[in-house]
Ligand binder design. Structure first.
Ligand code: ZN
Ligand code: ZN
Ligand code: FE
Length: 757
């Protein structure tokens, strides 16, 4: 019975007067789906109910069989609980009262504009700023509403008579296309060296860039929402140079490929992934790589030891023109130093990126706000957004409850902010870790530009309980009531919000770090929600983190904490363990003192750190270059999909994982296969969820927090819960990581959920 669900689709685009609603009616009726389609000033909304597999087919067919003259500028789908429709109807638009005007995201180039750009006989041949009413930049160029040219960064360019006549002709594809322009009147590209000296301008810039990429140069390219750094993805030397200069030693890099055929040569692509790659949102899609690496055009340094690859297709004419000249894929990573926000201005880029890029392909259309590429993965044939930015932002997530305007300022890492206006939650683009001055000012600018765009001033502000987060401090200084909510409550709440859940659920909230109610570091929490309350009903046994935040960089520290908790002083003699070998005798002596006295060794229940500990004990990683690397590499070892074995644990007041560690250490010492160990560890976590669910007997189980970016953990938890007749819920449109926190903050406030800790 749980395979019966509701699919909700929100579409922006040309869907009026093109036979769209009759098409949906016919398709739904053919597939025997009940529900409705509704046309409103906020877009077209479709809800259908039926078997999961039929809904998935419906989703693909809406896209592939849509009427000839319809066009999707945005397409977002969520799977929700059924409400029990009896037939399919075309609903009357119920527009009444004031509606928030929606701002569209930046839209990938449409096929007609692409054809013109690549047609030598067209006046827009090789013109990188070609666009029309269907496609082109929106959110990244809008300064204020209404969306008219004088309110965009296109105001600096006056249309030539030909462009103006297109703009004024109701029969033209460019009728009222605000960013309309051409080579005679619009922005131009130029090529600069790293001192900002112009080397070329117009089309010839592309020739020089092509040449540069072929000869191992690193190119900073000003695109839609900011700068990309590009290098030939086949050229090991170039990639290594880029990594060294950008200070990004191992974190996987995304790759832009010229066509879906090229993608298929490198990766497995199913129908859902193909749809996403070619969509108007055009995100980076995380794909499984083909196993035959030897013929790959992608050098191993792009995503070292990684069975997945982040891939995107060209999404602006500028990218299309460049990619059409290259016969190799290119790395396309954000134009920034690690952890800083992406660069948007060419003069600033020269300053900030001059040590990284050799060539700068720039243009003179200002970018009003930075919008990174979004990152999406298909899990269980559904979208799971890891980073919600270009293509999605600023379209709202619709919530069940309407409230007075509220602002949520999110967390600290992967920060994004949210505004709730009525039933709509507007989630901002990815801002980044609020660690540098640049990211903090991007945070401030994002808030003020949202207030301006949506003409809203919030009645209250919601923030994290962590006293040291800059976002929290900011909230406290505003002159409106501020509400603090616990980090892990917000994780689960964000997942409840986007799945439109209310009332009783069991929430599993697992991540790296969050400030707990008892002022320790949480991260392995079991929460119970009812209509207006949340309680932490169970947690992982805690262990100490010698060196506190240093442990994030060094999994061996988490491992020492975990081993010490399990074996006590004995561990300092266990020389056969890689964790112990990673230290000198005197270092061990020092850390032993720290752990004994508790000095700079806070207690944690974090599952993220437990992953780190296991990565260290198994010898995978002693130190990492980005957070979660240990966990990621441990996940990659779980190719034993048939493995059902799991490590033992005990549940009392807490989840005691020490039996797991004892057996795991035993396995490691007798040289057990690493795939087996990794799978057994993941299965242990899944069985913990199962066991707790059986005890709590709450039918609905919500999975959230950064740990659920782990595909193996997520999929297996879903499968096992379903097997045992629980209903699992996980993320779709909003990330499970801290990028989703602001939505959870809004939900906790809107539903007035109090904690009864
Ligand atoms: Zn177009
Ligand atoms: Zn023109
Ligand atoms: Fe978190």
């Amino acid at each position: 019975m749980y395979s019966f669900q509701r699919l909700r689709i929100a579409i922006q685009g040309v869907v009026q007067g093109v036979g769209f609603r009759p098409f949906i009616f016919k398709l739904a009726t053919e597939l025997k789906l009940a529900g409705w389609v509704l046309n409103s000033s906020q877009g077209v909304f479709i809800e259908v109910e039926g078997e999961k597999d039929t809904l998935k087919r419906f989703l693909l067919r809406v896209q592939s069989e849509k009427p000839a003259h319809s066009y999707f500028q945005s397409f977002e789908a969520s799977y929700l609980d059924k409400v029990g429709y009896s037939d399919f109807e075309i609903r009357k638009s119920q527009d009444s009262g004031e509606k928030t005007v929606l701002v569209l995201p930046d839209i990938a180039t449409c096929p007609e504009c692409l054809a013109e750009t690549l047609d030598p006989h067209n006046r827009r041949f090789n013109y990188p700023f070609t666009n029309c009413t269907l496609c082109g930049p929106r959110y990244s160029i809008i300064e204020s509403l209404p969306y008219d040219r004088p309110n965009t960064s296109m105001k600096h360019f006056e249309m030539c008579p030909t462009c103006l006549s297109e703009y004024q002709n109701p029969l033209d594809r460019r009728f009222h296309a605000q960013p309309n322009c051409c080579p005679a009147c619009g922005p131009v590209v130029s090529l600069w060296d790293s001192n900002g000296k112009e080397l070329a301008t117009g089309v010839s810039s592309f020739d020089r860039v092509t040449e540069g990429l072929k000869t191992g140069k690193i190119v900073a390219l000003k695109g839609i929402g900011g700068f990309h750094l590009m290098a030939n993805a086949s050229d090991k030397e170039a990639i290594e140079k880029l990594r060294f200069r950008k200070r990004r030693s191992e974190k996987p890099l995304a790759v832009m490929m010229s066509s879906i055929d090229q993608v298929r040569q490198e990766c497995a692509v199913d129908d859902f992934e193909a749809r996403l790659l070619l969509s108007s949102e055009s995100p980076i899609v995380l794909l499984d790589r083909n196993t035959q690496f030897q013929n790959s055009a992608i050098d191993s340094s792009v995503a070292p030891d990684n069975p997945t690859l982040g891939v995107l297709l060209p999404y602006s004419p500028l990218h299309h023109i460049l990619m059409s000249r290259l016969d190799f894929p290119v790395v396309a990573t954000s134009g920034n130093l690690s952890n800083e926000p992406i660069c948007i201005d060419e003069n600033e880029a020269i300053n900030r990126l001059k040590g990284i890029a050799d060539l700068f392909l720039v243009h003179n259309r200002p970018i009003v706000r930075s919008v990174d590429d979004s990152v999406v993965r298909i899990v269980k044939e559904r979208e799971l957004v890891y980073r919600r930015s270009r293509g999605y932002v600023p379209l709202p997530i619709q919530l069940k409850k309407s409230t007075p305007p509220a602002l949520a300022v999110g967390a600290h890492q992967k920060n994004s902010v949210g505004f709730q206006i009525g039933q709509n939650a507007f989630i901002s683009q990815h801002i980044g870790d609020l660690e540098t001055e640049e990211s903090y000012s991007a945070f401030l600018e994002t808030i003020s530009s949202f207030e301006k765009l949506f003409d809203v001033s919030p009645d209250c502000v919601i923030c994290d309980e962590h006293p040291e987060y800059l976002s929290t401090k900011f909230a406290e200084e505003l002159n409106i009531p501020s509400i603090k909510v616990q980090h892990h409550y917000a994780h689960v709440a964000s997942c409840m919000a986007e799945n439109q859940l209310e009332g009783n659920v069991l929430g599993i909230s697992w991540d790296g770090t969050g400030f707990g109610k008892d002022e320790t570091i949480w991260g392995g929490e079991f929460l119970h929600f009812n209509l207006d309350q949340v309680a932490r009903i169970l947690k992982f046994h805690s262990f100490c983190l010698p060196g506190a935040t240093q442990a994030i960089k060094e999994p061996r520290r988490s491992a020492l904490g975990v081993l010490y908790e399990t074996f006590g002083d004995e561990i300092f003699e266990m020389d056969q363990l890689k964790t112990i070998q990673a230290y000198t005798k005197s270092e061990l002596k020092l850390i032993r003192q720290m752990m004994k006295s508790g000095f700079n060794s806070p207690k944690t229940t974090s599952v993220g750190r437990l992953f780190d500990a296991v990565a260290s004990i198994t010898g995978i990683r002693q130190s990492v270059s980005f957070e979660g690397q240990g966990a990621m590499e441990l996940e990659f070892q779980t190719n034993d999909l048939s493995g059902k074995d799991f490590y033992p644990f005990e549940i009392g007041e807490v989840i005691d994982w020490r039996p797991m560690i004892r057996e795991l250490v035993n396995d490691v010492c007798r040289g057990e296969n690493l795939h087996k160990i990794a799978t057994k560890f993941h299965n242990f976590l899944v069985e913990v969820i199962l066991e707790v669910a059986e005890r709590v007997q709450e039918p609905r189980v919500v999975l959230s927090g950064g740990c659920f970016q782990n595909k193996f953990l997520l999929e297996r938890s879903i499968d096992r819960l379903t097997e045992k007749k629980f209903v699992p819920y996980w993320h779709q449109r909003v990330p499970p990581n801290d990028g989703g926190i602001c939505l959870g903050q809004l939900y906790l406030k809107a539903n007035n959920i109090k904690d009864e800790y």
